[in-house]
Structures are given as C-alpha cells and as structure tokens.
Design a protein. Structure first.
Length: 411
C-alpha cells in the first residue's frame, strides 16, 4: 500500500512511522494544506507538481480533515488519480464535512492498520443540528456587530465549530470590523444557492472566510443589493448552517418594521427588513442588545414589542452593552435593570462594560477585542455571558458523560 501523509506538527512523522510499521510505502510527508493547494493550482509552485506526481503513484492519501485541507477540488483530483482519501477528523462538524464529500471520517488517534483498511460500504451521517444565535439591537449603535464577533470567538473551541454570518441588509459591517474582504461570495451567495437547493456543507466551507477558528459569511458589499436577502432565502441558508457548524451567530439590522408590506402593491415583492425578520424567526435564542445610555434604553423599550412579536416563543436574552456611570450616573446597572423591568418586564439582564481602549485597539487592528486585548473587560464579560446563557447544553452533555463514566467505574 502506497500512501501520502498530509498532517501538521509531530503527528505527521509519528503517523508515517506507524504506517511504515504496517509495511506501507509512505511516498511523501507534507503539510496538511499542501494537497488542497496543489489540487487547486498545480502550477503555483514546483512542489505542488511534485506532490501531484506522488499522489498519482499512491493508493492512499491520509489528510487532516478540516475545511481548509479537505476541499471538493482535492476530492475530484484524487478521484481522477484513483487515490482513496482518509480524512482524520477530530470535530463533529469536520466529520459532517467529510460525509458531505462522500468520505469516511476517521479518528486522528486511530491505529495505522485501521487507516489502511478499506472503508465501510455506507457512510453514516451524524444526526446533529446546530443552533442559530441571532444578535439584534435597536437603532443607533448599541454594539450588535461587536458583540456578535466576541460571542462567536467565545463560543469557538477545538471541538465546537462556530460560524459568523452578516445578515444586515441596511449597513453590513462585519467584514470591515474583522479585516476580511467583502468582495467574496459571502452570505448572499449562500442564500442564492439555498434557494436552488444546492447549498451543501462543502459549499459553505468553500465560500466562507476564516477569522482564527471562526468561519465567516460576510455581508453585502453594497446595501443596494438587499433584495438578494429574501425571507425564504435567509431561512433556507440558516437551516443549511445548522448542519455545517455547531453554532451560527447572526448579525442583523435594527429595523423590524413590516410597513413596506402595506405600501407595496407587490404581494411577493422584496422586503428590506426580511433578512432581520427571518434571522429572528429562525433563531434558537435571540440576544437583544441595549446601549447603556438614555437614548439607547428608550429606543430599545419602544422596539421591544416588535421584537417579542417577531421572536414568538424563542427565548430572548437581553444584553446591556457599554455600561458606564458617565452616561447614567450613580448605580448605572441598577437604573437600567429597574427601567427594563418596569417597561418591558425583563428581569434577567447581562451587562457588558464599556472599554474604550480595548474597543479602539480592535477597530484599529480590524480584529476581535478578544484577540487584540484578551484581558479587556469586554471579552471577559462576553465569556461569562456565554458560560451562563449560551453553553448550558454543552455543560449538560459533559456532566452526563462524567456521570456515565462514574457509573461504569462503580459497576
């Protein structure tokens, strides 16, 4: 059996040695991303052509199975060369990606003999369903985009894949805030393909940009393209995201008005606020952001009935952002809490403090605050919010696994 190993770090040499111990002929050991890059453009470098030549003589390609290394182009190239791909997938979302490409995922720590064995005849697809977390806020600048970015970073981990989606049809700014190019396909392309029924996990991974460990579907590069984000398209695209990642964080616009349905003669015509309404409707939880100043609180209170009507029975978690004494006086948190309880009935409120230095540093670097100033009060408060409100399911799963292990040991 002739094999090519594509992995990073010491794992690559260790795996090659294990394969040779099983009498496999290891033709090459390369970086995890090298085969995908060679399949995309064999003329990019001499090393790419040499790698494709080695693949043509190999029977097996063992590669780390993640979005950047396991691509449709690589699968097509290996099919032409009659090379079997063995993806090593540590995360559930990576296993779903492999299954969407017709590949049998393997555990990274699987013995070499298992990797060399023939794949099973059928590929089981794990019945997982990711969450949609919609971040909404009233007009003005309450910090919707900033919190959406920080929440996505806080949720992301080695075994928990997160996507960040810009569904703002009025003033999309996710790409600008994170330093990503907004000329790519992004969320609008996902919506178009979802309408045609061709949006797959592999396609989502292809059109997404990356922000550290977070996959990003950037928004419209011109607000005039808002008709592309129709209600049905957004619902279908977010439904596809559930099978792609564990959590999808959606940044939306402020307006929830439906007045355009009254003034328009087109029954099925485009609606400017359809994307926001669809994101709220599709959400498993809505994070409602309040700017901690008299104007921001007043705007939020006035928009609260519309948000509750759009969300229906979906849980809504209120987050008071930019909390500071300078704008509200003594006991700023107490004043906001009492106002919200009196006029909206909300009693469970989270607070994110104002940190001008950390926020400005993040804007200057076009990076998340958690990356630029990890000790800032903002990412600290967001991590607390995630632990208390957005990660109970993971905590319950971990507790259940620990309980089962204790029961097994006692038996």
């Amino acid at each position: 059996m002739r094999a090519v190993v594509a992995a990073d770090g010491p794992r690559a040499d260790t795996l090659a040695a294990q394969l040779r111990h099983e009498d496999a002929d290891v033709r090459a050991v390369v970086a995890a991303s090298a085969p995908a890059a060679a399949a995309l453009d064999a003329m990019a470098a001499p090393e790419a052509a040499e790698l494709l030549a080695e693949l043509a003589r190999a029977d097996l390609l063992i590669v780390e199975g993640r979005a950047a290394t396991l691509t449709a182009e690589l699968v097509a190239a290996c099919d032409r060369l009659s090379v079997r791909i063995v993806p090593l997938c540590a995360r559930t979302s990576d296993r779903r990606l492999a299954a969407s490409l017709g590949l049998a995922a393997h555990d990274p720590d699987a013995p070499a003999a298992v990797l060399l064995a023939s794949p099973p005849s059928s590929l089981p697809v794990e019945p997982t369903r990711g969450r949609v977390i919609t971040v909404w806020g009233a007009q003005g600048a309450p910090g919707r985009t900033t919190l959406a970015i920080e929440i996505a970073c806080a949720l992301s981990s080695a075994d928990h894949r997160v996507a960040l989606v810009d569904a703002d049809s009025h003033a999309p700014s996710l790409a600008l805030a994170t330093g990503l190019a907004d000329e790519g396909p992004g969320f609008a392309a996902a919506c178009r393909q979802a309408e045609r029924g061709t949006l797959t996990v592999a396609e989502l991974s292809r059109i997404a940009s990356t922000l550290a460990d977070v996959d990003v579907l950037t928004g419209l590069n011109r607000p005039g393209r808002w008709p592309e984000l129709s209600h049905a398209r957004v619902l279908a695209a977010l439904e596809a995201c559930r099978g792609w990642v564990d959590d999808t964080v959606v940044d939306t616009a402020a307006s929830l008005e439906r007045d355009e349905e009254i003034v328009s003669d087109l029954v099925d015509g485009p609606r400017r606020n359809a994307a926001t309404l669809a994101a709220v409707e599709a959400a498993d939880v809505v994070l409602a952001v309040v700017a901690a100043d008299p104007v921001g609180v007043s705007r939020f209170v006035r928009n609260w009935p519309e948000l509750r009507a759009a969300a229906g029975t979906t849980p809504v978690r209120v987050v008071v952002n930019k909390i500071r004494a300078g704008a509200l006086g003594v006991d700023a948190r107490g004043q906001v809490r009492r106002t919200l309880e009196r006029y909206t009935g909300v009693t469970d409120v989270s607070f994110v403090p104002w940190d001008a230095r950390g926020t400005d540093a993040a804007l200057l670097a076009a990076r998340p605050i958690a990356h630029v100033a990890p000790r800032s009060a903002v990412p600290t408060a967001v991590r607390r919010l995630v632990a208390e409100s957005l990660a109970p399911r993971r905590a319950a799963q971990v507790a259940t696994r620990h309980s089962l292990r204790r029961l097994a040991r006692s038996a």
